[in-house]
Write a protein of this length. Structure first.
Length: 198
């Protein structure tokens, strides 16, 4: 489980017109453009970088290895970057990983992009990395994110009070969710169904 780049083609996952590839400096311009779609850095409940901070954002993600492994989210039809997502808080000793640091260009939100990404990441986590549990976390005021996580079928574990700083200097409560290995087959079938329905 230590080596997350064990997928075919050097760490690339692909499904339904979406490709996940290891995030690197070459994605900076695309990530900047994706963030500008909706000026996402203005949202106080996300960690989307301001345009001038994009390179530093990518470098931070790279510096966090091996506890975090970040992906660029690519639209294969246009070959454009439309967001990013990560495995993080990776704990090989207990076969646990979390999925987060996820954001997409506003025009790609509430489409099939998130479902495809989560299906790829969860399949890889449970079926290749042999995870026992996959966690998710989000800001207590990020109701859109909470609803998206719950639509996956994840169970709410609880709330960590006064847990992490926001960009505006306030401190958030963090809502924690998880999916266990035993729950995965039913959730996988549900995500496939959602993708087929479009």
């Amino acid at each position: 489980m230590n080596d997350l780049v064990t997928t075919p083609a050097g760490g690339v996952l692909e499904l339904n017109g979406i490709r996940l590839e290891p995030l690197g400096p070459q994605h900076a311009d695309g990530l900047r453009t994706a963030a500008a779609d909706g000026e996402l850095w203005k949202l106080r409940i996300t960690s989307v970088p301001e345009p001038q901070d994009t390179e530093a954002y990518i470098q931070t993600a790279l510096d966090m290895r091996p506890s975090r492994f970040a992906f660029a989210v690519i639209d294969t039809l246009s070959n454009t970057v439309i967001g990013t997502t990560s495995y993080h808080d990776i704990v090989p000793a207990i076969h646990r990983v979390e999925i987060g640091y996820t954001w997409y260009a506003r025009s790609r939100q509430r489409t099939g992009v998130n479902t495809a990404c989560k299906l790829m990441l969860l399949s890889h986590a449970f079926e290749t990395l042999d995870c026992a549990v996959v966690g998710f976390r989000t800001d207590n005021f990020n109701h859109t994110s909470q609803a998206a996580i719950e639509r996956l079928g994840a169970k709410k574990d609880g709330v960590l009070r006064h847990h992490a700083p926001r960009r505006d200097g306030t401190v958030r409560d963090t809502v924690m969710y998880s999916i266990t290995r035993g729950e995965w087959p039913e959730i996988k079938a549900h995500l496939r169904y959602r993708l087929q329905r479009g």
